[in-house]
Structures are given as structure tokens and as C-alpha cells.
Design a protein around this ligand. Structure first.
Ligand code: ARG
Length: 315
């Protein structure tokens, strides 16, 4: 709900809600190394805002639009700010990440960390994930000792992306449809959690070729009469991946989370994308747009100090 307020900068006039994993199924977090829920905390109220993945012991990867209004206070605490009705930013509360949860209601020791630093990609335009570079890095306070996501072009590599390609898979705690309402849960200790979905979902998505995706998004923008708001908006295949053709899709609350490819000679999942934006969720022939991780491998390595174990793609 608060997320849509921010996303609303770009989409309010469009009256299009974005959803979470649509037409998905319950996921096993063991299949999603480093999967994380980025939450904002106000008193005892926890709100899932976005997906993320741990990519090292101390860094998480997410979407820039998830943290574009957050600030670091006291030198070491990320605080989420939320626009009020007049668009003024109001302090909401500290940001945390909860890692590896199959169900956000059941969180174990050593899986919740405060965020102490945020690096938004310098090419990102606030309020405009659809203009690209929609990536941010979260520096957590503490050390995550569980599994981390392997990133295409940095710590992993994938089979060919060209057809016939393997299907891609997306995971998240986002909505299951444009009209889906949030779930709420209260713990015995008096904590209250709001999330689009408590149980991690995943869905298989076909990859859509860059040119076909560009053409399709342009058609949809015209069809929805969004030419003014989305003037010049396009998909840049070098830095973005399109996946999904309606039916299964990511949705609101999935942003920042992983798009992964399986296969890879049995080596398990490699994260190739980060959920960024789409026109509605699960609409017919409407692809979701993901940031292409491999195009940012150099930036991620420089900012986090993660040592590349594969040759990063040319910038
Ligand atoms: N912007 C959404 C979020 O903040 C994600 C949208 C993805 N949409 C889609 N149709 N694939 O969670």
C-alpha cells in the first residue's frame, strides 16, 4: 500500500496496480539462495516492501525504486521515508532484511539484519524505474552466514540466453494479482507483519526477446493511453531482460527480487535479473521488465568488493 504510494509517482495516473507473483506456487527457500524480504519497521509493525537477494555475507541486491526515499541516519541506520498525501517525505522507520524465509511469519535467529548503508546506482532516476538502472545495494549490519545468490557475470554464469533457452523463474512475497490485498499476521510477542504474501512464491516465465518486448511495451503504452507519462520509455535489451507473456508474472512487492535461470550444467540457480517494473501484473501478452544483472557485474564488484569468479561482461 505504501509501496504503491511511491510507485504511484510513475503509475498513479495510470490507475494500474502492480501485483506480486501471479499464477505462481509455494517456493522452497532452499531453491532461492540468499532470498530476502526488505521490510520497514515502525514500532512493532513490520511491512514487507520489496524483495532482495544476499550476494555476499554483507551485501544485498535490490531495486533502486525500493529505497529511493530512504536515508542513512546516525551514520549507520537506513531509515525509510514515505511520501504523504502532499508528496512530503515523512520518516517511517528503520529498514531491515529477513533472509531465507519460506514463510515470513516464521523467522529464525540470525536471519534478520538492520541495513546500515545504501548504494543506489548513479544512473537511476528517482521515481522512474522504467528509465532503467533500477538497482541498489544494501549493506547489512552483521554477517549473513547462509547461502548467497550467484549472479550472472559475477559469481555465476548461465547457459545461452537465446532461444531455445531454458525457462526463467521469479520468486517473491509480492501480490498474486493486481487486486490482491495484503496479508497480516501478529506474533505472540506483539509484533505485527504486513506483506502481500507471507509464503514465498515462484513462477516459471518465458524469456521474451528484446526487440519483441520493446515492440510489445510500445503497443501497450499506446493501448493504455500512457504516451504522456511514458514518453520515451523503452526497454534496453543490453541492460534489461523481459520475461513473462501474461498469466504468470511478478507483481507489487516482488520488486528487487530475483529472476533466475536453472540448468547451467546442474550447478543450480543463477540470478540473471532483478524485478523492476511492468504494466499491471499478469496482463495478456504483457512482459515484466527485469534489470539484467550481468550488465552491472562491474559496478556491483566495485561497490561491494565481491571478487568476480567469472569474467564480467563488458560494461
Ligand atoms: N514495481 C513492482 C514492485 O515495486 C514490481 C512490478 C513488476 N511488475 C510486473 N508486471 N512484472 O514490487
Amino acid at each position: 500500500m505504501r509501496r504503491s504510494a511511491r510507485w504511484g509517482l510513475a503509475l498513479a495516473t495510470l490507475a494500474l496496480a502492480t501485483a506480486c507473483v501471479v499464477a505462481g506456487r509455494d517456493a522452497d527457500p532452499a531453491d532461492w539462495p540468499g532470498i530476502a524480504s526488505m521490510q520497514s519497521v515502525s514500532g512493532r509493525d513490520f511491512y514487507h516492501e520489496c524483495g532482495a537477494t544476499m550476494i555476499s555475507q554483507s551485501w544485498a541486491l535490490t531495486a533502486a525504486h525500493c529505497v529511493e526515499t530512504a536515508r542513512i541516519e546516525g551514520g549507520r541506520r537506513a531509515i525509510q521515508y514515505v511520501p504523504d498525501a502532499d508528496g512530503q517525505l515523512v520518516r517511517f522507520g528503520p529498514m531491515i532484511v529477513t533472509i531465507g524465509a519460506g514463510d515470513l511469519r516464521r523467522v529464525t535467529k540470525g536471519t534478520v539484519f538492520p541495513v546500515k548503508g545504501i548504494t543506489v546506482h548513479p544512473g537511476y532516476t528517482r521515481g522512474h524505474p522504467e528509465r532503467g538502472n533500477d538497482l541498489a545495494l544494501l549493506h547489512i549490519d552483521g554477517a549473513w552466514t547462509g547461502p548467497v545468490a550467484r549472479l550472472d557475470g559475477l559469481t555465476g554464469s548461465v547457459d545461452s540466453f537465446d532461444p531455445p533457452y531454458m525457462e526463467l523463474m521469479v520468486a517473491g512475497y509480492g501480490k498474486t494479482g493486481e487486486q490482491a490485498t495484503s496479508q497480516e499476521a501478529a506474533s505472540r510477542s506483539g509484533r505485527h507483519l504486513t506483506a502481500p504474501m507471507m509464503v514465498l512464491q515462484q513462477a516459471d516465465l518465458p524469456k521474451i526477446g528484446g526487440e519483441a518486448c520493446k515492440a510489445r511495451i510500445a503497443e501497450l503504452i499506446t493501448q493504455y493511453g500512457l504516451q504522456d507519462d511514458y514518453a520515451g520509455v523503452s526497454v534496453t535489451p543490453d541492460t534489461q531482460i523481459c520475461a513473462g507473456a501474461g498469466y504468470a508474472d511478478s507483481c507489487q512487492g516482488d520488486s528487487g527480487g530475483p529472476l533466475a535461470q536453472w540448468g547451467n550444467g546442474g550447478a543450480g540457480p543463477v540470478q540473471v535479473g532483478v524485478v523492476s517494473w511492468g504494466l499491471g501484473c499478469g496482463r495478456q501478452d504483457s512482459p515484466g521488465v527485469y534489470m539484467r544483472v550481468s550488465a552491472y557485474a562491474g559496478w556491483i564488484a566495485r561497490e561491494t568488493g565481491i571478487t568476480p569468479t567469472v569474467t564480467p561482461a563488458a560494461p
